[in-house]
Design a protein around this ligand. Sequence first.
Ligand SMILES: *Cc1c(COP(=O)(O)O)cnc(C)c1O
Length: 467
Amino acid sequence: MHPDGDDDVPSPGYAELLSLAQREATAWLEAMPSDPIPPLDDATSVKDALGRELPERGADPVEVVERLARAVRPGLLTSQSPRFYGWVIGGTYPVALAADWLTGAWDQNGGMRYASPSTTAVEDLASAWLLDVLGLPAHAGVGFTTGATTANLVGLAAARERVLQRAGWDVNRDGLHGGPRVRWIAGAERHTSVDLAARYLGLGAAALVPADDQGRIDVDALADALDASDGPTIVALQAGNVHSGAFDDVGAAIAVAHEHGAWVHVDGAFGLWAAASPRRHHLLQGYEAADSWATDAHKTLNVPYDCGVAVIADAAAAHTALGVRASYLVAAEGAADPHETVPEMSRRSRGVPVWAVLAWLGRSGVAALIDRLCDGATALADGLRDIPGARVVNDVVFTQVCATFGDRTVQVAERLRDDGQAYAYPSHWQGQDVVRFSVSNWATDQAAVKATVDAVGRAARDVGVGG
Ligand SMILES: *Cc1c(COP(=O)(O)O)cnc(C)c1O
């Protein structure tokens, strides 16, 4: 039926279109492990295949979905491949994707308890389980955000509200102008998303403290920075450096910062998951004493985009910073509404896939996932060290490996991409070019690691490294 005039009811309806989507998605997912990783088409070809003009008259919905699937596929980066190590991305567990599809189908507004008792209940359980598996205080507030950038925003928003309130300033009422200056302090290798979150909040640039050769904040220098002035202060620490995977000495840094009355936020976008593994928990020694934490589920937990997690020890600080009231909103009794711990009001119930993965893996399964990723990184580093002319430049403590191939490093990354069997991205760290590998995908097994080392060895030989 053509959606002309008053008649915009799509026909065929849900069943046929969802089956079509399922067939197309399954075909893509099943081909993925053997498909070349880089995109074959660029955005220009994809737009041409989709058709550039807004249609005057609508089209058959089956044709629209088919066209979408067909046009897009050659331009997809196969970032769910077990041999994909670019940035810190991660794949998607089947159970998470299935839960995500249901979440889309239900289309609940997850911002208000009253609007969706069911998905709020799922997210309440997911929140409690996350606090449990991550070893965080059971009374903490949890917000499901779009990612770790917005989770950092939640942490810093709660921090800003609270440190100003302690200084006798109500930022919600009076804004920042004329108030005490909020100092925020971070290590030189903090993630740029923390800067961005601070920018949203009008906090300006961080006072930077030097970091060591693995990117960890220098705690003595932090103490000196804290001594240098007083007033409302926020300290942002990092659990998991994107190049080295290194963890700040969070326990020592939190102790120093708390002595000075500062709020401590920990950006653990991927590193906070070390807490879930008895073998890696020591990396985070003392982290549970912080005031707020940010992490991602769409990276290490392997749920689909977009899903970050903000945790605030004193949930009321987040509710004061981000909660709103309006006559038409029905506020929950006895418990905060989900929208009070995130920047958005309306949102999808993005915590549902988190529940599904935790229900499926259980505590031991999450620990096994973290250990498998870390062991994969260790095996990858061992393999890379055997390649003539290659050198691993970081201490491999978690999921990140940086390798250099001298003055051919960028060429090795380019050759690797052209080869298409494994994918890592060039970067620049600690004064040298590196190829950066992040082991973040649940499907990366020993065979994938071996194939990756072979592909890197080929790429290095092809561009004349070590010969
Ligand atoms: C990825 C990452 C972020 C940002 O997370 P998004 O989910 O992309 O918003 C922040 N900090 C660290 C350490 C990261 O790795």
